[in-house]
Every structure is written in C-alpha cells, then in structure tokens.
Write a new protein. Structure first.
Length: 256
C-alpha cells in the first residue's frame, strides 16, 4: 500500500470518527466537563488581584481537563472497532489497519484540542475583561497543554487497543488517569519523579507562575518542580510510545 492510500484511509477514518463523536454523547460530555471545571476555578479564585493569580487554578486544572476529555474521546475509539468494525467496513481491501488506527487517534486528538482551545479561550476572555491583560507565558502553557493532551490521548488509545470492551477501557482510563493520579499527586517524593506524567504536567501552571525547585544549601528540597525541557521531552515520549504501541496492537490483534 502506498503513502497516498494510507493518508486517504487515515483522513477518511478521522473525518468519520469526528462526525460520530460530535453526534454522540461524548463531545457533549467533554463540553460539560470543561464548563464545570471553568466554573469551579472562577468561583474559587474570582477575587484574585491580577491575571496571573486568576489564571493559576485554570492552568493547574489542565491535567484534570485533558485526562477527562481524553478518557471520554479516546478510550473507546479503538476497542469499539473490535466490537463493531465501524471504520474497517468503509474501505475495500486491502485495508491498512495502521491508517485506520492513526485516523481514530487523530480524530480524538483534534476534538480534545477543540475543548482545550475553548477552555483557554474562556480564561483569556475573562482575564481581558477583568484585568485588561493576559498572564505572561500563556501561549507557551497552551502549547504544553497540547503536548500533555498528545500523551493522554495516546495512553487512552493504547488501553483501548488492549481492552476487550469499550466500557472496560473507559473505566480503566478514568481510574488510572483521574482517580489514581489524584492520590499520586498527593504523595511526597523523596527523589524527583521526572518519569511521572502528572509531575511533568505541572510545568503548565509553573511556567506562568514562575515556580521552580528551591534547593537548600545542602542541595536538598522539600518540593520538586519540573524543568521545561525535561517535562516537554517526557510528555513527548509518552505520546510517541503510546501512539506507536496502539498502532502496532491494532495492526496485529485479531478482529472477530
């Protein structure tokens, strides 16, 4: 199969999946989750004196937002194919399964990105209305959020490729990326957890707030904070590895 056929099948799959998702409960649920997070951030920090302080809870909540939207959008897309063969039925043979898998992942990422853009749009609009400016570094934080989203969608897609059912896949993704992550975030690490995605995601608010690791004279610290380069690299690795693994599993897993 040549590159043109691969791209065509991938693009068609992506467009098909986006139409399915937008017309289903998943896109509406993601919008509702985004609005609820925005409202909670606004209510709790409406008395902030500047745009940086006001933006802080919104940016700290990007991990929760990306985890929820990725779980809703991506955790069922691959496993659903094993159950219903929705996308595979669109093409005449030969069918490139990697193209179908990539199309499904791309569609989930695009729709999740729309949610993220709406979220940041709300933050920027309120900041401009209240303070007349936007916190410094907001653009970089948005790009880092897209990188975190790449990792979240990849992880959810990988779980979906291994799961025997869509419902189980969503449950696993929700428990691991949302519930378990809350407990891990409350853990005091004795060494820097640079390998943990939730830790790397803290660079998103830290970049705007200017928060860095503070060391004592003996080079010890009570709180580690991620470096920009390390966090961006690890989020990229999570996304690349999980996305590649998803395409490999989907290519070779038996579809009944």
């Amino acid at each position: 199969m040549n590159a043109r056929t691969f791209l065509r099948q991938s693009a068609f799959t992506s467009a098909f999946e986006m139409r399915r998702c937008i017309s289903s409960w998943r896109f509406a649920a993601s919008i509702v989750a985004m609005i609820l997070i925005s409202v909670m951030c606004y209510i709790n920090f409406a008395d902030s004196q500047d745009s940086t302080g006001f933006s802080s809870p919104f940016l700290q909540s990007t991990t929760m937002l990306t985890a929820l939207t990725a779980t809703i959008m991506a955790s069922q897309s691959i496993s659903d194919e094993f159950e219903k063969k929705t996308a595979l039925s669109m093409f005449a043979k030969p069918i490139n399964r990697s193209a179908v898998a990539s199309g499904k992942i791309i569609s989930a990422y695009i729709l999740c990105s729309v949610i993220v853009l709406l979220y940041f749009g709300i933050l920027v609009a309120i900041s401009l209305a209240r303070y007349g400016n936007v916190a410094d570094g907001m653009g970089t934080s948005l790009l880092l959020t897209f990188l975190l989203l790449f990792a979240m969608v990849g992880l959810c897609s990988f779980v979906s490729s291994l799961s025997p059912s869509s419902g189980l896949s969503m449950l696993i993704c929700f428990v691991v990326l949302v519930i378990v992550q809350l407990f891990i975030d409350a853990t005091d690490f004795t060494t820097e957890p640079w390998y943990y995605l939730g830790y790397d995601a803290r660079i998103i608010p830290n970049y705007v707030e200017g928060t860095t690791t503070v060391y004592f004279e003996d080079m010890t610290t009570i709180s580690y904070e991620p470096l920009l380069g390390t966090a961006a690299f690890m989020m990229s690795i999570y996304g690349i590895v999980s996305t590649t693994a998803t395409m490999i599993v989907f290519r070779f897993r038996n579809i009944q």
